[in-house]
Ligand binder design. Structure first.
Ligand code: ADP
Ligand code: MG
Length: 589
């Protein structure tokens, strides 16, 4: 099907873009499945159909029922009504699902912290084949599998508590790969905790599985990823399937119209974030070139402002915040911050940024944050060495002062640590992340730049973090908050800037900060450019250029063109990441 003017979802009475009406035809199908939790209708009559030899994405906004559907297919959750069929069978228990060859990697990273890697891999596998393996053979299998998946050697006897979140995620994925009767593989947000290279390795495995004739289901909210990997996608909204997209129709535009519904609700955000910004600009980007070919960015951030930054994967929003933090070099333009004498000064490096009161928290602990060979304590206080040590040597550090900071920050973010001399890697991934955040707060910066800080931390800590951030801006500081989870902005950021193609695409403020509108912006469907932030001199040129880009995109009729562009993007992104790795000047200190 060519790209039609309107993708009409199957909640509409008219034309139907989906094969769901004939569901029941595939090797695997669900028909009119209902599942409620109390008053919540998690699944409200969902239908879909998939085949062996295909990678099938299940996509939709947060809370639309994707994980519930994955659990139903895995025999973990009984349903209230409807039919599920995997080659004519209806899995009604996990054991039955396993015997049918269904292997599921659930969204929750389920790991027994006190057990070893090998025990975690073979947990609950009580079938004959596993029983016939000696411990030695299991160790060997665990070694080989983990090395293959993680890309580095992992000692199978290590206790899981000592492992980082990505490695734990690999163990849960590994469990599904251990079995040799797998016919259906279900991955629920399995790439969420993985970095770029790991995601690539996972995709390679998925393609191998598909090519050997298995059915692979991927549940994900990462749009660029799913377009790249999937052969077909079922889009869900509010517990029902609203459409199916085949490879040729699988593009951003179609996904967007199905995910948000044809009529964009335009409903007021329930929770408009409190505006605390003053008139005073404290940090600004002038003609900042994020990618060599991208439109320069002009942005001013005020005292007391908390500004959200987002975009689809690989659109340069992360490059932008890294440049703003001095971690990465720009391709032109300047970053300036107000110093204590109320004068704007340029800065280029992380050290300069730090001295001028800017602090950075990275979501990618492995690459930019944690120093794995140092203790929890050292990881937390290391950036303070310079401010508290007169001679600059460790021996002269005012340990007493640092101790105070450590205790206070521990308490503030409620971090569960062992002894503070323990290696930081003895903490769980979420707690490592809390150390990173505590470290930043501990420096008492005027400006905090956070790159997806909430990745891998639990809900309570997330809520805590938001409270701290609100309080921090109310005290007259400023925050730049990058997140890939749109929901994080709601109620937190009165302003969100959306990146596309390495530049600011649109700016949303107040009640416009809602998931629907932001999603449209990320997909390049809006162009309101909020009022204040883009400086006047450049406003026109940016708008003009953006309009150009838009028109070009609209004029290419086939959706294929857009896909080609996205594929190029990925290649570009990889090249860029390689360059960046070479370029990172100072690690995080
Ligand atoms: P998704 O994976 O698409 O984000 P889920 O399938 O996890 O969504 O959840 C769908 C809805 O069902 C949500 O409103 C969620 O809060 C609710 N829900 C899921 N599991 C449970 C549960 N065990 N108890 C109560 N409500 C649940
Ligand atoms: Mg889910």
């Amino acid at each position: 099907m060519s790209e039609s003017e309107n993708i009409i979802d199957n909640t509409s009475k008219n034309e139907v873009l989906s094969n769901t009406k004939q569901s029941g035809v595939g090797d695997i199908y669900v028909q009119d499945v209902h599942k409620s939790f109390g008053v919540t209708k998690a699944l409200d009559g969902v239908n879909f159909s998939a085949n062996f030899g295909e990678i099938h994405a299940i996509v939709g906004p947060n809370g639309c029922g994707k994980s519930t559907l994955a659990k139903v297919l895995s025999g973990v959750l009984p349903i209230d009504k409807g039919k599920v069929s995997v080659l004519g069978h209806f899995p009604t228990s996990p054991v039955m699902a396993r015997d049918l060859g269904i292997a599921t990697v659930f969204q929750e990273v389920m790991i027994a912290d006190e057990a070893s890697v090998v025990d975690n891999l073979f947990i609950g596998s009580d079938d004959f084949w596993y029983k016939s393996l000696t411990h030695r053979e299991k160790i060997k299998k665990a070694e080989e599998l983990m090395e293959d998946l993680v890309g580095e050697y992992i000692d199978p006897n290590t206790l899981a508590i000592n492992l980082s979140l990505p490695i734990k995620a690999w163990i849960t994925i590994g469990r599904a790969f251990l079995r040799d009767n797998t016919k259906v593989l279900i991955l629920d947000e399995s790439s969420a905790a993985l970095d770029f290279d790991s995601t690539e390795r996972l995709f390679k495995k998925m393609r191998e599985f598909r090519d050997s004739g298995m059915a692979v289901f991927i549940v994900t909210h990462r749009i660029a990823e799913l377009i790249r990997i999937s052969d077909k996608a079922t889009v869900m909204r509010d517990g029902v399937d609203v459409g199916v997209l085949d490879k040729n129709d699988l593009n951003e535009k179609n996904l967007l119209s199905l995910m948000t519904g044809k009529v964009v609700s335009g409903e007021k955000s329930k929770d408009v974030a409190l505006q605390t910004k003053s008139d005073k600009v404290v940090i600004r980007a002038k003609d900042l070139v994020v990618w060599p070919e991208s439109v320069p960015v002009n942005l001013e951030i005020h005292r007391g402002e908390i500004i959200g930054v987002t975009g689809l994967d690989g659109n340069g929003h992360d490059d932008f915040v890294k440049i703003l933090a001095g971690v990465q070099e720009s391709h032109g333009g300047t970053t300036e911050v107000l110093n204590i004498n109320d004068k704007f000064v340029k800065y280029n490096t992380l050290m300069e940024a730090k001295e001028l009161g800017i602090s950075f928290v990275s979501g990618d602990r492995k690459k930019e944050g944690i120093l794995p060979n140092l203790s929890i304590y050292e990881n937390m206080v290391i950036p303070l060495y310079r401010t508290t040590s007169r001679a600059g040597f460790l021996g002269f550090i005012n340990w007493l002062e640092l101790n105070g900071v450590y205790e206070w920050e521990l308490d503030r973010l409620n971090i569960k640590t062992g002894f503070k001399s323990d290696l930081v890697t003895s903490l769980s991934g979420g707690n490592q992340q809390k150390v990173m955040i505590a470290r930043s707060f501990g420096q008492h910066p005027k400006i905090l730049i956070l790159n997806d800080p909430a990745r891998g931390i639990d809900v309570n800590t997330k809520t805590d973090l938001y409270l701290h951030l609100r309080k921090y801006v109310e005290e007259g500081n400023s925050v730049v908050f990058l997140s890939s989870e749109l929901e994080e902005f709601i109620g937190l950021c009165p302003k969100v800037i959306v990146f596309r193609h390495g530049s600011v695409f649109d700016i949303f403020e107040n009640e416009k900060v809602n998931a629907d509108t932001l999603l449209q912006g990320m997909f390049g469907q809006t162009q309101g450019l909020g009022s204040t932030s883009v400086s006047k001199s450049n406003n026109t040129s940016i708008s003009e250029k953006l309009n150009d880009t838009n028109t070009n995109l609209r004029n290419v009729d086939a959706s294929d063109k857009k896909i080609i562009k996205i594929v190029d993007f990925d290649k570009e992104k990889k090249l860029r990441e390689e360059n960046i790795l070479k370029k990172i000047k100072v690690k995080s200190f």
